[in-house]
Design a binder for this molecule. Structure first.
Ligand code: SME
Length: 156
C-alpha cells in the first residue's frame, strides 16, 4: 500500500475521482474498522481540507464519536438528535446548507456553517455515519452526496 496520498486539484468531481482509487488502495486487505475509519478520515481531510471530517458509530441507542480529523467534538448523539442523529433516524444522507437553520443542530464548533452526514450501511442496517463540517455556508451539494455515499460504500 502506498502511504502517500497524491492530491489532485481541479473540480470537486475530479478531486473525488482521483481520490476514490487511492481510498480503495488504502482499504484493500485491511479489515480493522478503526484503522479504516481513521485512514478514510485522514484521506478526506488531506484532499479537501474540510473543517471537520469523521465518523460516529452506532453503539446501542446512540452514536459515539469515532476516528476523525479536526477539532475535538461531542462524543455521544442520540437517535434523531442533530444532523447526525437525523440522518441515522431517517436512513438517508442529509445536506445542510446553513446549520443555524437546521432545527436541533448540535454545534460542536461555532465555526461550522454547513454540514453533510452520510449513513454507513452494513447488511441493510446503519452502523455509523460519516459527518463532514465546513466553515463555509452551502459548501456541500449533490456531488458530495453521490461521491461520499460511494466512498463509505467502499468500507469492507
Ligand atoms: N453537528 C453535528 C454534531 C457533530 S459535529 O458537527 C462534529 C450534528 O448536528 O449532528
Amino acid at each position: 500500500m502506498a502511504e502517500d496520498l497524491s492530491i489532485h486539484k481541479g473540480s470537486k468531481q475530479e478531486q473525488y475521482e482521483s481520490l476514490i482509487p487511492q481510498i480503495q488502495g488504502l482499504l484493500q486487505g485491511e479489515n480493522n474498522l478503526i484503522a479504516n475509519l481513521a485512514n478514510l478520515s485522514a484521506a478526506l481531510k488531506e484532499q479537501f481540507n474540510w473543517w471537520w471530517v469523521g465518523f460516529y458509530w452506532v453503539h446501542e441507542d446512540e452514536l459515539v464519536l469515532g476516528p476523525f480529523q479536526g477539532p475535538v467534538a461531542c462524543t455521544r448523539i442520540k437517535k434523531g438528535r442533530g444532523v447526525c442523529g437525523g440522518a441515522w433516524e431517517q436512513g438517508k444522507t442529509l445536506v445542510v446548507e446553513d446549520v443555524e437553520k437546521f432545527p436541533g443542530h448540535i454545534a460542536c464548533s461555532s465555526a461550522s456553517k454547513s454540514e453533510i452526514v452520510v449513513p454507513v450501511f452494513k447488511n441493510g442496517n446503519i452502523v455509523g455515519v460519516l459527518d463532514v463540517d465546513s466553515e463555509f455556508i452551502a459548501h456541500f451539494d449533490e456531488t458530495d452526496r453521490v461521491y461520499l455515499e460511494k466512498i463509505v460504500g467502499l468500507l469492507p
